[in-house]
Design a protein around this ligand. Structure first.
Ligand code: PGA
Length: 231
């Protein structure tokens, strides 16, 4: 493994959530006006619930935080509960009470809004079954910009779980690898045995655009995994 990765293995998804919440809260205490790139997906949900609990108990204050959307489906209206924007608002923005948001719609406008913010302070990321970060599907080189793209079969398959019987959107827009890799801190959350092989490859195989998550090692990431994902 590359020395710059901080790997924190927790016994289960509950302790993973508490460890991740500790990490995020420490960043917010150090810099209350943090800009956070916010992943949706199943993995970070227990972490966001723990952050919401702390916010509601008065133990943490996210009122000056800016929540920046990581990715989105195309062709799904923003007020559709299945949109990733709606998911981010429901799971993160509203329960934590973050003061500002940046929605991902037009790629050029998104990147200019991030520049105006002074960049991303903390990127909270999940790990795709094919090694994608956001919807940066393989291959995605380090300078891949924020862009619209077609989702790959592995992503369509894993997204099916979020969509029930409805057709899975095939097109998406994602914050680019350029945005993710420029974040001042990166936090990768990985839970479950089904992520074990891809996590090993992301941390131990040579860096390659064919496995976008492997490029994250350039950012000295903190990786918090549960034991099922790292044994
Ligand atoms: P998951 O999604 O957290 O639901 O596993 C991660 C991803 O596909 O990026």
């Amino acid at each position: 493994m590359v020395a710059s990765v901080t790997l924190n293995v927790q016994p289960d998804s509950h302790s993973l959530a508490r460890a991740a919440a500790d990490f995020i809260c420490a960043q917010v205490v150090a810099r209350p006006d943090l800009s956070i790139l916010v992943a949706t997906g199943n993995t970070p949900m227990p972490t966001y619930s723990e952050l919401a609990r702390r916010a509601q108990a008065g133990e943490a204050d996210f009122s000056r935080v800016t929540a920046v959307q990581l990715d989105e489906y195309l062709g799904v209206p923003e007020d559709d509960p299945r949109s990733l924007w709606a998911w981010m608002k429901r799971s993160f923005v509203e329960p934590l009470g973050t003061g500002r948001t940046v929605r991902l719609d037009d790629p050029a406008q998104f990147e200019s809004e991030i520049s105006e913010l002074g960049g991303i302070d903390l990127a909270i990321l999940g790990l795709g079954p094919n090694g994608h970060l956001g919807f940066n599907e393989p291959p995605s080189p380090p300078d891949a910009p924020t862009r619209r793209l077609a989702l790959m079969p592995a992503s369509l398959e894993s997204n099916r779980a979020y969509w029930g019987d409805l057709p899975v959107p095939t097109q998406a827009v994602t914050a680019g690898m350029n945005v993710i890799l420029a974040a001042r801190q990166t936090l990768l959350l990985v839970s479950g045995a089904h992520k074990r092989t891809v996590l090993r490859a992301a941390l131990e195989e040579p860096e390659t655009p064919d496995l976008p998550a492997s490029l994250l090692r350039r950012t000295a990431p903190t990786v918090i995994a549960d034991a099922a994902a790292w044994t």
